[in-house]
Design a protein around this ligand. Sequence first.
Ligand SMILES: Cc1cc2nc3c(=O)[nH]c(=O)nc-3n(C[C@H](O)[C@H](O)[C@H](O)COP(=O)(O)OP(=O)(O)OC[C@H]3O[C@@H](n4cnc5c(N)ncnc54)[C@H](O)[C@@H]3O)c2cc1C
Length: 467
Amino acid sequence: MEEKFDLIVIGGGPGGYVCAIRAAQLGLKTACIESRGTLGGTCLNVGCIPSKSLLNSSEFYHKAKNNFNNLGIETSNIKLNLKKMMINKMKSVQILTKGVEFLFKKNKVSYIKGKGVLFSKNDVVVYQDDKKTSYKSKNIVIATGSSSVSLAGINIDEKNIVSSTGALSLEEVPKNLVVIGGGYIGLEMGSVWARLGSKVTVIEYLDHITPGMDREISKEFQKILTKQGIKFKLNNKVTAVKNLKDKLIVEFTDNKTKRKESIDCDKVLVSVGRKPYTEGLNLLKIGVKKDEKGRIETNKKFQTSISNIFAIGDVIKGPMLAHKAGEEGIAVAEILAGQSGHVNYDVIPGVIYTSPEVATVGKTEEQLKDSNINYKIGKFPFLANSRAKVNNESEGFVKILADSKTDKVLGVHIIGPHCGDMIAEMVLAMEFGASSEDIARTCHAHPTHTEAIKEAALAVDKRPIHF
Ligand SMILES: Cc1cc2nc3c(=O)[nH]c(=O)nc-3n(C[C@H](O)[C@H](O)[C@H](O)COP(=O)(O)OP(=O)(O)OC[C@H]3O[C@@H](n4cnc5c(N)ncnc54)[C@H](O)[C@@H]3O)c2cc1C
């Protein structure tokens, strides 16, 4: 007899595993199917976590080499042990993926290893090695995530021409690394290898990096990264990557002048985006509809075209971010348990973990202009923030956009030290519908970077104290 569940989740990433845990907490008999062999999905295995481990280690290395002396810390003979750095990364990944397994046991979620395939709207078949097992479920959540894409004619071999996955595990520091695509993954991985000694060139098709980001922040970000030694070729289309015996040649053409150029390098990172992953799920046969971009179509309750099959995370529309997937996972579990699960897409933060970090939430200036919304701006530079100043981290600024009439905060964009953590204050404020005056009248501890937020809020009303 096949085992029966209230809920089967296909995919054990931050969307799927969070959904499974919350559903089990709410009393649903829940299983989660994962084909990778470890839980945690892209995020824990080959995404957020390993990239942040390398960003952290490479920043320490870079600071020890270049900044410690200025602080009166004399060091000599600082050497990179890349193998050890990679082992440290691997250990972090192992601890966290095992941690999810522990959480499954604690919450009584059945962890089924193998590839899940939909057989009917209530039947899932799981293939592992030569074994095939069938399960029944009242409801099914598809949380199968995304995979990286390449450009036509460019073959990712994960050795010389790599995706983010390969870039997280290079065995040597490339002398010259070309990054195709100036989005957050390319810039994070480019920063890692630049700090470890690579000459990094980013080639971007658009005339600016980090598409979709507030343009003022994006410009400042590029300026800072350029100072750090990263070169940018904007408005250029990569036409080919030639893989010769001893080198790679990246060919590209300027979109405006049509001038052709090429760069010799030893590694190429292709980071031009990710696409929803639904391979082998049997969606067509079951009748689960996808949109023109290959994303599973869902309504506001995350229901697909088949009412008892739901979808969340990277496989549906919206920003491809782990915390967005997790929020959707919780919402679906609560909806299935008869509660009113909900995700507020207006306040999903986005963070780039470079140095300095970049953090944003809500509307950009460009979006407000496009929607004809009148707004006020308050800005405050970290140069005038005492904590940033004493830490020698005074690049960047906080920018708050508030509605001209109501003063409600509509967007916050920060480039500066630790802003990936600082943005949480503004996410919470926006979730509660705060005005910039509310932020300005909130006491912030001194000396902290967060005082820059208070000052930017004061600046919305043209009354900053320290600038
Ligand atoms: C290099 C990199 C860095 C990133 N950094 C960040 C970051 O700092 N912050 C952030 O928020 N986001 C980050 N992301 C994005 C983040 O990883 C994704 O948004 C997130 O993992 C999506 O979660 P998910 O649960 O939808 O899918 P995934 O995490 O992709 O998980 C889906 C899982 O489903 C499994 N699966 C697929 N098909 C089947 C099947 N048929 N049967 C069984 N299992 C199946 C897959 O093996 C996978 O483990 C990063 C991504 C990359 C690549």
